[in-house]
Design a binder for this molecule. Sequence first.
Ligand code: SF4
Length: 479
Amino acid sequence: MPWQPPTPIQIYQLLPKTNCGKCGELNCMAFAVKLVNFETLLEQCPPLFEDSRYKEDLQKLRMMLSPPVKEIVLKSPKKTVKIGGEYVLHRHELRYINPTAIAIDVDDSMDRDIILQRIEKIEKFEYEYVGQRLRLDLIAIRSVSNDYKQYAKTVQLVAENTTYPLILCSVNPSIIEAGLNVLPQEHRPLIYAATKDNWREMAEIARRFDVPLAVSSPGDLEMLVSIAKTLSEELGVNDLALDPGTFIGVGGLSYTIKAYTWLRYKAVQDLWKYAGYPLISTPISVWSLDEGDIMDKMWWEAILGTMLMTRYADLLIMHSIEGWVLLPLVIWRFQLYTDPRKPVAVPSGVREVGKPNEFSPVIVTSNYALTYSIVLSDLEKAKINAWLVVIDTEGLAVDVAVAGRKFTGEKVAEVIRASNLDKKIKHKILIIPGKAARVSGDIEDSTGWRVIVGPMDSSELGKFIEKEFTESKIQELST
Ligand code: SF4
């Protein structure tokens, strides 16, 4: 029997039902609806936690809302990364919750300068895609020297130079302990990994430092689950993540895909708690193979990463740092983890394109991510300096938003007011999309600005502005 989402009524019956409004909602029912849609957290209802009368109901609510795949939190002083926390096998049944975290490795045999260069590349990696900034998440520090002093030095160097949470990697418990000893308390790294040979010592370290523990049993699912069961039931270590092994070659890839799918199926469809942990994949393991040249290994990392992200890996450990290897991963992750029930939207507001001045054109568009990114890219390609007014059309494209009364004069006026745009510039001319021509009067009435209907297609915006609305022309029209 798979996980079933609770209904708002089921949730409502367990809330205090006082409609006190402390959660920011009008009443408890509105809060229940938000909880069911994962738009708020139980913690937003203070009475549930402060009043002992609700203790049992709180417990029941927690059970109802807890995911079949446990959520694990990793932290650095500046960033938090959550992995797992998933409810469904297929994205269209709800949505996936925590995007697969991508970690890049450094190791303790690397020179200090190489480590610093890799950290800089990891931190700077960023790709803007349909209005979102796609980035990496974690740094995995591997012990290659098996020397605890060397490892501790490397962990310290990385911690001092990164904002990202860490994964400490070694099967030697003394090495892991040395790494944890030099980390400031604000860090909560994942330690990787407990195996059939070291699980008792690793469990003791995980408990002592209160950090999550990865379990690794490449090619042996029975052993993997058995270690997880012992760690959680006998040793009280509940923040676990599972690595069933990442293989390529004859039969390797099919085994890998089947293993990840089986574990997630058991967790979500059968609610089998020993499989209910985030899954770790290590595309980095291709670098330990003898066959294949460097390019082959990089290709395989990209292929394994994208395939296993699709088949439920919650965390990938990679070695390649080249853009062409990482781009497919971050873009595919973005697609996979968007909410299929909602159009992808960017925040409303005013964006500066290039270096706009007080006579630069003001262009209006919708907050549908694809429309926004196309308009932005067309303006950048045409080298236009402009103010881009992005209005909240609830993620709808311009023509649909106009038809659905989401592209209105009041929404344009709202963004202009909130951004104080009229105080930053010395004209009152708005260029709206050709597809919004029919609401030009409404926009003029609501804003008091002169509205110019622009081209139907934003690829024509560059020519349109250069011909009719250059900065000098706007200045002329405004005086
Ligand atoms: S804070 Fe809790 S009790 Fe108060 S209205 Fe919200 S859900 Fe109801």
